[in-house]
Design a protein. Structure first.
Length: 375
């Protein structure tokens, strides 16, 4: 017997039924991952319906689908205040990654929407990548490779190289990744300095790090590795002023966020020799423009915002994001909340037990609130 194709009406009824039988709706905005199998399994088990933005015609269609979502998951889409105001039912926006600078923080908080993220998924990968960039710069691995691969050889290397032992390494940011970097450096006979307003001195001392202010770190460090989040107060944290304080011949590594560094000032400092070398995984504008001087500079080692990646970290990221979406969708609170002050607005702060990763955000929110009242 010939099987009839279901009518449009019956297909619509099936879709409607699937929506009504689920407890919550999660829309994953365009992401370009090979699959969402991990996310779908976790969210389905929690009683949710996952809508894959990559299966829709375009980003506009995905954003339209998100209008009545309980949870929105985002990778690259820029969620402006105008867009966020359209998310009438949204309880949480969950971002793939540690940073969340593509989500309008103030607008989400004002709308009572939790911003969740994944601050622990790729800690070892990023710290390892930062260390690899540092060593590549210190030993000029890329330059040496290019000489040998091009047929050259020299008994007396013509490219400058340095040593690690006895040097002072400055870590800007001593959160999960900065602390992991400190631990990796612990056996290299280096002196470790760090600047981080939210880390207690005793905690820094436990991992062999001395807390100082930023000008001191700039003046005393031979090598500097950047690990702060991108916040209004960390935008261009390293600018011409800070670069001028650094030792001539300093090496700078950035695996945090591109806008933490004033790129034009860095290029100038590379040109005048203040900065001997730079290892960069992130840039002010990504992808890095084809005509950027950084692409051609002989003393710069580049990677394409890949520090976060390993097969292990990708699976961990997807699982962490799905669990946060399921938690929010079922009425709970995600473990990692980037805007804890929203919980006061929701009357749910007492329900939240912040882990170490979230405690500094709560302290930052309190300090900003105190500063606002002082003004």
């Amino acid at each position: 017997m010939k099987r009839e194709n279901p009518s449009l009406e019956s297909r619509c009824n099936t879709v409607t039924l699937s929506y009504t039988m689920t407890r919550f709706k999660v829309v994953v905005l365009p992401h370009r991952y090979p699959s969402l199998d991990i996310e779908r399994e976790i969210i389905s088990k929690a009683g949710g319906l996952l809508v894959d933005g990559d299966a829709l015609p375009n980003e506009a269609a995905a954003l339209s689908e998100a209008a009545d979502a309980d949870v929105i998951v985002v990778r690259w889409t820029i969620l402006t205040a105008q867009l966020i105001r359209k998310f009438a039912r949204c309880r949480a926006i969950v971002r793939y990654g540690i940073g969340y600078d593509n989500v309008d923080y103030d607008a989400a908080t004002a709308a009572g929407i939790i911003i969740a993220h994944s601050p622990t998924y790729g800690v070892d990968e990023v710290a390892t990548h930062a260390f690899a960039l540092l060593l590549a710069c210190v030993r000029n691995i890329v330059g040496a490779h290019q000489i040998v691969a091009g047929g050259g050889w020299s008994d007396n290397p013509s490219i400058r190289q340095w040593r690690m032992a006895g040097r002072t390494v400055g870590l800007v940011g001593l959160g999960n990744i900065g602390s992991a970097m400190a631990r990796k450096l612990s056996g290299w006979k280096t002196r470790l300095l760090a600047v981080d307003p939210y880390v207690p001195p005793e905690l820094a001392a436990q991992i062999g790090v001395q807390l100082v202010d930023l000008p001191t770190l700039c003046r005393e460090s031979d090598y500097i590795s950047l690990h702060p989040p991108l916040l209004p107060e960390t935008h261009h944290l390293i600018s011409g002023r800070e670069l001028a304080l650094m030792k001539p011949g300093v090496i700078l590594v950035n695996t945090a966020r591109g806008p933490v560094v004033d790129e034009a000032a860095l290029i100038e400092s590379l040109s005048n020799g203040r900065v001997a070398a730079a290892g960069l995984d992130v840039f002010e504008r990504e992808p890095l423009s084809e005509d950027s001087p950084l692409r051609r500079h002989p003393r710069v080692v580049l990677s394409d915002h890949a520090a976060w990646y390993s097969e292990d970290s990708l699976a961990e990221l997807k699982r962490t994001v799905a669990e946060a979406a399921a938690q929010a969708g079922t009425g709970g609170l995600p473990v990692a909340i980037a805007n804890p002050e929203v919980l006061h607005k929701l009357g749910r702060f007492e329900e939240w037990t912040p882990n170490y990763n979230a405690q500094w955000r709560a302290r930052r929110a309190d300090s900003l609130k105190a500063a606002h009242h002082t003004v």
